[in-house]
Design a protein around this ligand. Structure first.
Ligand code: ADP
Ligand code: ADP
Length: 228
């Protein structure tokens, strides 16, 4: 069924007397279980799109329907509830807390969700095992490679079992081999039923999704199924 529906979304940034249309009338639907890449060059509106899709920001105009609910006019606290329940984030720069070890980083969203005690630790360890890092749970981020740090970040995103993973240039800071491994994990998550939304400027990364939505100057200029 339909998970996300953006209807004629605008995001306008005012600077002095000029206005930047970061999103300029975007209409997009994403179904449950899709693996879709939003792809475009620098400045095309990808970060803005990610912020709106991820309920980190609200549109200037237009309607955002999330699971049949209009969330366009929600305030920050209400958006946070949607975000925390439904979306796991993966960023280019991993965004791990440097003083915490791997398993403590993965436990953080569970802590915020009110989960306590051994069940919290068990779940975090389970997620690190799932991304192949069961033997590194007490390593700090500085003791892990970039690819390993990104796997910790994926385990963190999965800890609360959100239906959606929103990944912003997840391979952008990685060498080719580590990047491939991260894409393989995203593909497996897709096969397990997660909805994956991938934001990237890299067409070869985008082509590993099953659908490419091309964005340019804040507009969707192409929306294609990836063949092969
Ligand atoms: P991308 O992620 O594809 O590089 P962005 O969404 O960051 O694109 O930016 C789209 C356009 O909106 C760019 O012209 C950018 O300079 C502008 N923009 C983004 N965020 C802001 C902001 N907070 N204030 C003003 N302009 C912004
Ligand atoms: P990314 O590396 O993810 O593309 P950006 O450099 O585009 O990040 O943007 C970093 C932050 O600065 C974002 O929060 C974005 O909204 C904001 N931003 C981007 N362009 C501008 C701009 N022209 N003026 C003000 N803020 C901007």
């Amino acid at each position: 069924h339909m998970l996300i529906s953006l209807e004629n979304i605008y995001k306008i940034y005012k600077r002095g007397d000029t206005a930047v249309h970061a999103l300029d009338g975007v209409t997009l639907q994403i179904e449950n279980g899709e693996f879709v890449a939003i792809v475009g060059p620098s400045g095309s509106g990808k970060s803005t799109m990610m912020n709106i899709l991820g309920c980190l920001d609200t549109p200037s105009d237009g309607t955002y329907i999330f699971e049949d609910k209009d969330i366009s006019k929600l305030n920050d606290d209400q958006l946070a509830v949607i975000r925390n329940r439904h979306i796991g984030f993966v960023f280019q720069s991993f965004n791990l807390l440097p003083k915490l070890d791997a398993v403590e980083n993965v436990e953080l969203p569970l802590t915020y969700a009110g989960k306590k005690g051994p069940a919290r630790r068990d779940r975090a360890v389970e997620m690190l095992n799932a991304v192949g890092l069961g033997n590194r749970i007490h390593h700090k981020p500085s003791e892990l490679s970039g690819g390993q740090q990104q796997r910790v970040a994926i385990a963190r995103a999965l800890s609360t079992d959100p239906p959606i993973i929103l990944a912003d240039e997840p391979t952008g800071n990685l060498d080719t081999k580590s990047g491939r491994e991260i894409m393989e994990i995203l593909k497996e998550l897709h096969l397990s039923g997660k909805t994956i939304i991938l934001i990237t400027h890299d067409i070869s990364v985008a082509n590993q999704a099953e659908r490419n939505v091309h964005i340019q100057d804040g507009k969707i200029v192409n929306d294609v199924k990836v063949v092969g």
